[in-house]
Design a protein around this ligand. Structure first.
Ligand code: CA
Length: 325
C-alpha cells in the first residue's frame, strides 16, 4: 500500500466517523428534547400506546401474565400496555396515559377514535374497556360527537370506551354516553392542539395503538402504519397567530360520515375527506425532520444507524488490513 493511498483511506475513514458521530449526536439531542406530538396527517393521527411513559398499574406486554382462564394475546407487531390494576368502574383518574395531538386542518371534521385492543376474559363484556378524556388547548372538555345533552356522561371529563370483540386484536371502540346510548367512538375536531388521556378501568384490557381518522382513509385501521409524529423542531401552528406560515386556508367541505350510530364495530366507509385535507397537511410532510413518519414502526433511524456503523467497521478493518500489508 502506498503512502498516498493510505492517506486517502484514512481520510475517508475519518469522514465516515465524523458522519456517524453527527448522526448519533442528532439522535441523542432528538431523544432528549422531543416530546412526541401526534400530528394529523391527511386526516389520520397515529399513536403507539407505549409512546406514553408507563405509570401506575399499566404494564408492558412483555411483563403481562394473563389471568387463569383468559386467552393469551398473539403478537400484535409492537409493544402494548395492559391495565394490571383493579377494576375501577366508577373511579377514573388512575394510571393516566397522556398524548398530545395536533390537528392541522382548519375545518371541523369528524374523526373516528379507535383503540387497537385485546381482551381475553371468557366473558367478552369483561376486561374490555378504558376511560378516555379529550381537552383542547384551553383545557375545555371535548365531548364525543356521538354523545348528546341528556346523556348521563355528556360533559364529563372521563367517558368509558369499550370493545365488543374478544380474543383477537381488534379496533372496536365505542363511547358509552349512557347505559342505553353506546356508539362508535368519534370526536369533532378542528385545527389546534388537544390532550388525549387514557385512564385504567378494567383489569386485563390491553391496548396497542390508537388512531383518529376521517372516513375513507386508506390506513384508518392499518396496524403497521407509522406514528404521525410532528417534527421536533417545528412546534404546532398557533391558530391565533396570523403570521404563522404553517396555517393554510382550506375552503373545501367536510362533516358527518353517516356511520350507523348503534354499531359497535367500526368501519371505514366511502365518504372521504382526504382530498380536502391534502393541502392543509402538505406542510407537515415537507418539513418532517424526525425521519419516522413515513416508515412503518419508526425503524428508519435504527436502520440508518446500523448501516453507518457497519460502514465504519468495514472501513476500519480495511484500513487495518491494508496498513499491515
Ligand atoms: Ca403498540
Amino acid at each position: 500500500m502506498t503512502k498516498q493511498n493510505f492517506s486517502k483511506t484514512r481520510l475517508l475513514a475519518y469522514f465516515c466517523s465524523g458522519l456517524l458521530c453527527c448522526f448519533i449526536w442528532t439522535e441523542i439531542v432528538h431523544a432528549q428534547t422531543c416530546d412526541p406530538i401526534f400530528a394529523e396527517v391527511d386526516g389520520l393521527v397515529v399513536a403507539q400506546i407505549e409512546s406514553a411513559p408507563l405509570v401506575d398499574d399499566w404494564v408492558l406486554s412483555s411483563q403481562w401474565i394473563p389471568p387463569v382462564g383468559h386467552s393469551t394475546p398473539p403478537d400484535p407487531g409492537s409493544e402494548y400496555y395492559v391495565w394490571n390494576g383493579p377494576d375501577l368502574f366508577s373511579s377514573p383518574g388512575s394510571g393516566i396515559l397522556t398524548y398530545t395531538i395536533n390537528i392541522q386542518n382548519p375545518q371541523l371534521l369528524t374523526y373516528n377514535f379507535r383503540i387497537r385492543n385485546y381482551h381475553g376474559d371468557p366473558d367478552s363484556t369483561e376486561a374490555n374497556d378504558v376511560f378516555v378524556s379529550v381537552k383542547d388547548a384551553a383545557g375545555v372538555i371535548v365531548n364525543p360527537s356521538v354523545c348528546l345533552p341528556g346523556d348521563t356522561h355528556f360533559g364529563d371529563e372521563w367517558i368509558k370506551v369499550f370493545s365488543s370483540t374478544a380474543h383477537a386484536w381488534n379496533w372496536a371502540s365505542s363511547h358509552e354516553c349512557s347505559g342505553s346510548s353506546k356508539h362508535s367512538a368519534k370526536y369533532q375536531l378542528s385545527q389546534g392542539t388537544y390532550t388525549l388521556r387514557l385512564s385504567g378501568r378494567s383489569h386485563g384490557f390491553a391496548m396497542d395503538r390508537f388512531h383518529l381518522y376521517v372516513n375513507g382513509h386508506a390506513d384508518a385501521q392499518n396496524p403497521d402504519v407509522a406514528e404521525t409524529l410532528a417534527p421536533c423542531d417545528d412546534p404546532p401552528p398557533d391558530p391565533d397567530d396570523p403570521t404563522d406560515d404553517d396555517l393554510e386556508d382550506d375552503s373545501s367541505s367536510g362533516g358527518e360520515d353517516g356511520e350507523g350510530d348503534t354499531s359497535s364495530t367500526p368501519q371505514a366507509d366511502s365518504d372521504t375527506d382526504s382530498a380536502s385535507l391534502q393541502d392543509a397537511t402538505q406542510a407537515i410532510m415537507t418539513t418532517q425532520s424526525c425521519g419516522t413518519v413515513t416508515v412503518p414502526n419508526g425503524k428508519s433511524s435504527k436502520f440508518e444507524t446500523m448501516l453507518l456503523f457497519f460502514l465504519l467497521v468495514s472501513l476500519l478493518f480495511s484500513l487495518r488490513r491494508q496498513y499491515r500489508s
